[in-house]
Design a protein around this ligand. Sequence first.
Ligand code: ADP
Length: 475
Amino acid sequence: MSILFAASEIFPYAKTGGLADVGHALPEALRNEGERVYSIMPLYNQIDRDKFNIVYAGLTFDYWLAGVRHQFDVFHKKDSQDELFIYNPILCDRLGLYYDDFGDFGDNALRFGLFSYSILEVMIRMKLDIHAIHVNDWQTALVPMLIKTRYKLDIKTVLTIHNLAYQGVFGKDVMDQLELDWDTCFKFNGLEYYDAVNFLKAGIYFSDKVTTVSSTYAQEIQTASFGNGLDETLRINSYKLKGIVNGISTEVFNPKKDEYIEKNFSFKSYKGKKKNKELLCEELGLVGDNKPLFIFIGRFTSQKGVDLILDAMELFASYEANFVILGSGEDSYNNAFRSLIDRYKNIKIRIGYDEGFGRKLYASADYLLMPSIFEPCGLNQMICMQYGVLPIVAKTGGLKDTVIDFTDINNLEELSLGVGVTFDEHNLFWFNHAIAKALSLYANKDKFEDISKHNMQIDNSWKNSAHEYINLYKK
Ligand code: ADP
């Protein structure tokens, strides 16, 4: 099969979250299974073309929309020509991908509308013989609608929802700006959303298949509490909705050869993990590398349970344990954490996005805190297992599907799930209860190490999920 995978961010070229990781790892896993996969993303101006060997593909074209001429240049990787990039100044010449310090860019509808048109134009102009187009999140969700209403092509489409909280909702003026047809696009249950337009809703309506990134989340989003206003649309379209859990790239997240970490290790050379912890504690001035080390890595946004972390800081400070928090996000949270930077001896806080420091934390930590309010899939809990970390997770979405509580297991050997600590109710009492359980487990060194080594051997790769996607494309 020949698949076109379109996304607004793909690791390592541009990344703001899990979508970029999936954009890298899923096409790679599909290629390993023998499928032909083209990937396509915007060539944002912050992408270093020289570093990544991205060269002009010899195609430039104009596309007229509402009387305005837009120019697109197509690029590809020099050594892997199936990796395509589109450059257009409105889409790409920005300081951020979707927003800057002043908030969301005001022309995101136009930017990603242009991207969606150009995906189809590139496919047609380069004569790519595509069986299915796989689009991701609201930024590319107009593609299935354009295929059915404007281009009228016989190509099947799959939309993956990575996070229903982001939908691409804009004023109706974008209908004319993007030359979208009122009758075929806006009416019925398509693009229209409370008298505005909703890109993701159009994607759900017009795609042949809709997936989301875990089975539990696929169920949750059909309910009013998790549906973000689209639960009814999802219930109506549930016949084509499927949950397929994400994997992670076991090449990228591999403690045996991770170049960011001080000492490479595996479950067989477990001492290396302890050495990483020792070095990290030394570097950060944390006392006692024999104490459990808890980390949090993630976007500072309410979804990730950041309020719970902030509420728990005094408790953290009272424990015989060390904590490191790495993240950045909404200003109010950045400021709240910034004000606590020097307050506690056993809690270190770093604000910013730092891939290398993140890896060092995974390599050194015993526990990862992930008290998300909702979590479509979550990658951190799977990444951390590779490095022998036990995740402490709220029982929601993909976290529920990928982590089992250590008190719920009988036989570690036969278990194919990762092991950690889970808690049901999202409040400080149960979060603290989970941490207390983690501390007591840590006191039993042998048991803790057995679980840590077990987690390192869990298959969180894309292999199984890639097969599920292949079956879906075949359908
Ligand atoms: P999201 O909802 O942000 O997509 P995921 O758990 O799906 O959350 O993916 C988050 C990814 O981003 C992981 O690879 C995680 O390690 C990484 N990450 C998040 N914040 C940071 C940060 N501040 N520094 C380094 N890596 C980070």
